[in-house]
Ligand binder design. Structure first.
Ligand code: SF4
Length: 233
């Protein structure tokens, strides 16, 4: 009884997310998956267990922030800070910290124990996010703090602002916005190092049907609707 209620809560929440604008977490991610999300394309249901893991991450953030609010060496200037409004992307940094000399954007990532143990440098998609926070807050230094969900161990990495990375990421989002408006489905990921995203993608099935190249969304939509009605009849 409760399982259904909790599953519905998380599924509805997820459906509401990110269908109208880009989030900073989209930067550098698969453009096709973001396109499908905007167009509300048929997606595989996400396991409620996975959705609850995201929420668990929020509790870890609160725990870290509690410790930082009580710290002396580094103090919290602001927590949960939205980037200044502009038309391309929205996002909220976990905190802006000060060591009395410099300001730092803090981004907290909770990850599972196995990934944590093998982590010797920050993940590229996390660096992209911090870069954009730095860009919009006009700051030069960021900290990526990884928390092992199983043991609460910590690893931290400093990130220096890189204007070229930011310009590239914003240009890519702007090109994607154009494709969304013109109804052009972007090509499939071709870069091997980015393929890990396909493993967790909710659009795997329709992505396979679309093929590797760009396609017209309106034609493709009719195709998937026809396939879906054949399956249900
Ligand atoms: S399956 Fe891979 S290439 Fe296709 S939409 Fe998902 S992440 Fe992108």
């Amino acid at each position: 009884m409760l399982k259904e209620v909790i599953t519905k809560y998380y599924s509805d929440l997820r459906k509401e997310m990110g269908q109208h604008h880009f989030y900073i977490t989209d930067a550098g991610k698969c453009q096709r998956a973001i396109f499908f999300r905007f167009k509300k394309a048929p997606a595989e249901a996400m396991e409620p267990r996975l959705l609850m893991i995201f929420d668990h991450g929020d509790h870890i953030h609160q725990m870290i922030m509690k410790a930082l609010f009580g710290a002396r060496k580094m103090h919290v200037v602001a927590a949960e800070v939205n980037i200044p409004p502009q038309e391309i992307v929205s996002g909220r940094a976990d905190a802006i910290l000060s060591d009395g000399k410099d300001l730092y954007v803090l981004d907290i990532k909770s990850i599972n124990g196995q990934i944590f143990r093998n982590l010797s440098s920050p993940k590229s998609d996390h660096i992209n996010q911090v870069q954009l926070y730095l860009h919009f807050f006009k700051l030069k230094k960021g900290i990526l703090l990884y928390v092992n969900k199983d043991t609460q161990e910590l690893k931290e990495f400093l990130v220096d602002y890189n204007q070229q990375i930011c310009e590239y990421l914003l240009r890519e989002l702007s090109l994607l916005k154009d494709k969304i408006e013109k109804n052009i489905v972007p090509p499939r990921i071709s870069n091997l190092s980015d393929k890990w995203q396909c493993q967790y993608c909710q659009f795997k099935e329709i992505c396979k049907i679309a093929g590797p190249e760009e396609v017209d969304w309106n034609l493709f939509k009719r195709k998937i609707e026809a396939i879906s009605s054949m399956r249900t009849s």
